[in-house]
Design a protein around this ligand. Structure first.
Ligand SMILES: Cc1cc2nc3c(=O)[nH]c(=O)nc-3n(C[C@H](O)[C@H](O)[C@H](O)COP(=O)(O)OP(=O)(O)OC[C@H]3O[C@@H](n4cnc5c(N)ncnc54)[C@H](O)[C@@H]3O)c2cc1C
Length: 224
């Protein structure tokens, strides 16, 4: 058994994503041709105003971004609930983990407490041992996996259009009730996308910062 850290990386080439702003401005100008002249700098302002402030989000559906997730099976199950996405995921039916041992993700609330960690490690090791025993007894990997824990590592690539990424970030990164692992992965991805396409994702990053500063300290300023 090996404990690993979850991660999320963008697979779409950065240069493509950086070009999306200009491409989307060109598409958007089809319906708003009089919204000022097109220049090297006009795309960001146009997208911020037209797609984000005025809410013409369907424009964002023209472009997609793919990301690779290394997470556990409980996080991947939450991710694939998002229906407007395309997914390719590691198959536990064909993978045989008996030689390499299973890779797992340990939740921070368990890792940080000695008694909890001992109980968790013991349970995972027993599951791994049962998995090996089943394979040795002739069970196929697709059936032996029935005893593997939820914290078993998986890997998947997810592709969403930009509008759907915004929706997923609102549910999984901005939402303080989202589960820790998917929230961490989505917060990290949002940060990466803000760097590449600030006009489309910058407002969401600002909302996260607002939550960290005010809501988490129960110090939300009164509305004026
Ligand atoms: C904190 C949290 C806790 C959760 N807990 C649970 C739980 O306990 N049990 C559970 O089962 N799920 C749970 N979920 C999952 C949740 O109910 C949704 O299934 C999931 O978040 C996908 O969101 P969605 O349906 O908005 O959007 P997506 O599937 O991402 O789709 C995007 C949008 O497209 C539109 N859309 C997609 N499909 C249709 C359709 N068929 N008809 C009409 N419009 C459509 C909707 O506007 C939708 O919001 C939880 C989610 C979160 C964030």
């Amino acid at each position: 058994m090996e404990i690993i850290t979850p991660s999320a990386v963008i697979e779409t080439p950065e240069s493509h994503i950086e070009d999306y702003a200009r491409l989307l401005e060109r598409f958007g100008r089809t319906s708003h041709p009089t919204d000022g002249p097109i220049s090297d700098e006009s795309a960001s302002a146009f997208l911020r105003r037209y797609a984000i402030e005025l809410g013409h989000e369907s424009l964002l559906e023209h472009c997609v971004v793919s990301a690779r997730f290394i997470c556990d099976r409980s996080a991947s199950h939450q991710l694939v609930r998002h229906r407007l996405g395309s997914y390719t995921q590691e198959s536990q039916r064909v993978s045989d983990y008996s030689a390499s041992g299973i890779r797992v993700i340990c939740p921070p609330t368990i890792r940080q407490d000695a008694a909890r960690f001992t109980a968790w490690k013991d349970a995972v090791e027993r599951a791994e041992s049962a998995y090996r025993t089943l394979l040795a007894a002739g069970a196929p990997p697709e059936d032996a996996r029935a005893v593997l824990p939820n914290c078993t590592k998986t890997e998947l690539v997810a592709t969403f259009n930009l509008r759907q990424w915004r929706h997923v970030f609102i549910q999984r990164a901005l939402n303080p009730r989202a589960q820790w692992q998917i929230r961490e992965l989505m917060t990290d991805l949002l940060k990466q996308l803000v760097g590449l396409l600030p006009s489309v994702f910058g407002d969401l990053q600002q909302k996260i910062l607002y939550r960290l500063v005010f809501e988490d300290t129960k110090n939300i300023p009164a509305k004026d």
